[in-house]
Design a protein around this ligand. Structure first.
Ligand SMILES: Cc1ncc(COP(=O)(O)O)c(C=O)c1O
Length: 431
């Protein structure tokens, strides 16, 4: 086998073809959409965002969509809309981006972190039910890196205990769970639409629900301009029907302004038209890549079970799962170093870390009550120490980023396949 570049051999990838990875794809139509917002001076308006919301609701097959300035604000609103408040608990996987969990703290609640399944990197359904306590309000599921959670096992648990399911579908725009779009399965869902995501339109987020009360509560929390109120400008634009919300019209009850920038919504409308076709191309490329690597021992793709009609959507953040059980600690780091030398810079250990051991969830005192935020308004301490959620804590020893191909160009993808064979074929030499 060819000598590894790390040891002086020729790198497998001499120069990366940026066309293969560029994202999002920007055309003149996107540019014109942005310019028209600028020329019409409608950057802070809502009319384009409302059209975009309609487009997105139709695309996902849900009744309501609400456009946010980012995904984090959407998650905060979804949590509040589901009734999460001071002293309440939310069950959430520990290994995810912090925004799936941290807004619970903003509301005075506590996060009861569950472990992940090391194959799917999603919340382990086995680790949910025993965490439910008298103040548990919701389960936050994260379709991590586009891979749908095992909703058939999670939905009955939520139903049995009267809990809301919030789907963080920030990685899963276009992913299907057994044929159903991720983001349309729980009580409410949120997608980050920031530029790194597979549906990428700038700083933006979208909340989806079929529940009118959740929709109105999310509006009441951070969209004062849609609550009527006294100003002439907004009077006609009243989305609220529930008297308990109408009485607060004019001021967002959450004290925030959450609306989407219209340059983002204008781009979103254009991007949506091509989105399904573009992610089909990604799926073809990623499937080709992984299908050519099945023979590598100890390496598995992080991907959905297509035999049951589940898909990876836009394959946001594709990952490989390395069977580290037979190797010494640090082996994945070495493998990633070898990939760097081969010119495959994307191969680094999983970029998200276990959250439950982070000081923000252990000791920070947000409300200055003299106690850590997590126990500010409760007697039940759900904090967990090191060693409590092993699969989340070990993620960087078994999950690592792999190339995210946006174009199906087999002869170029083959070069990466060869690089993978080369590195994985020489782990013993690396050690
Ligand atoms: C899983 C997950 N949830 C939420 C967010 C937050 O979205 P935003 O960055 O748009 O606030 C992100 C963003 O990276 C994410 O990866």
């Amino acid at each position: 086998m060819e000598k590894l570049a790390l040891f002086g051999g020729h790198p497998a990838i001499q120069a990366e073809n940026s066309e293969l990875f560029n994202w999002p794809i920007i055309t003149e139509e996107d540019e014109e959409a942005v310019l028209s917002v600028l020329h019409n001076r409608t950057m802070s308006g809502t009319e384009i965002t409302k059209l975009f919301e309609n487009d997105m609701a139709q695309w996902l097959g849900v009744q309501y969509a609400l456009g946010f300035c980012n995904g984090t604000s959407g998650l905060l609103s979804a949590l509040w809309a589901c009734g999460v408040g001071a002293g309440d608990e939310v069950i959430c996987p520990s290994m995810t981006y912090w925004a799936s969990a941290a807004p619970v703290l903003t509301l005075g609640g506590a996060v009861n972190f569950a472990d992940i399944d090391p194959g799917t990197l999603c919340i382990d359904p086995e680790d949910i039910e025993h965490r439910i306590g008298p103040r548990t309000k919701a389960i936050m599921v994260v379709h991590y890196a586009g891979n749908p959670c095992d909703m058939d096992r999670i939905l009955p648990i939520a139903k049995k205990h009267g809990l809301k399911i919030i789907e963080d579908a920030s990685h899963a725009q276009g992913s299907l769970y057994k044929g159903k779009p991720c983001g349309s399965i729980g009580d409410v869902s949120v997608m980050s639409l920031m530029t790194a995501k597979s549906f990428a339109i700038g700083e933006a987020g979208m909340l989806f629900t079929n529940d009118r009360m959740i929709y109105e509560r999310a509006i009441s929390y951070g969209f004062y301009e849609r609550t009527g109120g006294s100003s002439e400008f907004f009077k006609a634009d009243n989305y609220l029907t529930y008297p308990e919300l109408v009485k607060f019209s004019g001021i967002p009850v959450g004290g925030f302004k959450h609306r989407m920038h219209q340059m983002s919504s204008a781009v979103g409308r254009v991007q949506l038209k091509s989105y399904d076709a573009r992610i089909a191309e990604i799926d073809k490329a990623m499937t080709y890549f992984w299908d050519n690597l099945v023979s590598i021992e100890g390496l598995k793709p992080h991907r959905a079970d297509i035999s049951v009609g589940s898909t990876m959507g836009g394959w946001y953040y594709p990952l490989g799962i390395f069977d580290h059980s037979k190797y010494p600690e640090g082996t994945l780091n070495l493998i990633c170093r070898a990939f760097q030398a081969e010119g495959v810079s994307i191969c680094t250990p999983c970029k998200n870390e276990a959250l439950h051991i982070h000081p923000v969830f252990q000791e920070h005192d947000l409300f200055r009550t003299g106690k850590p935020t997590m126990i500010s308004f409760t007697d039940r301490d759900v904090r967990q120490g090191k060693g409590s959620l092993p699969h989340s804590e070990a993620v960087q020893s078994y999950a690592f980023g792999v190339p995210w191909f946006k174009q199906f160009v087999p002869e170029e993808i083959d070069l990466y396949v060869e690089a993978f064979r080369k590195v994985f074929g020489q782990i013993d030499e690396l050690l």
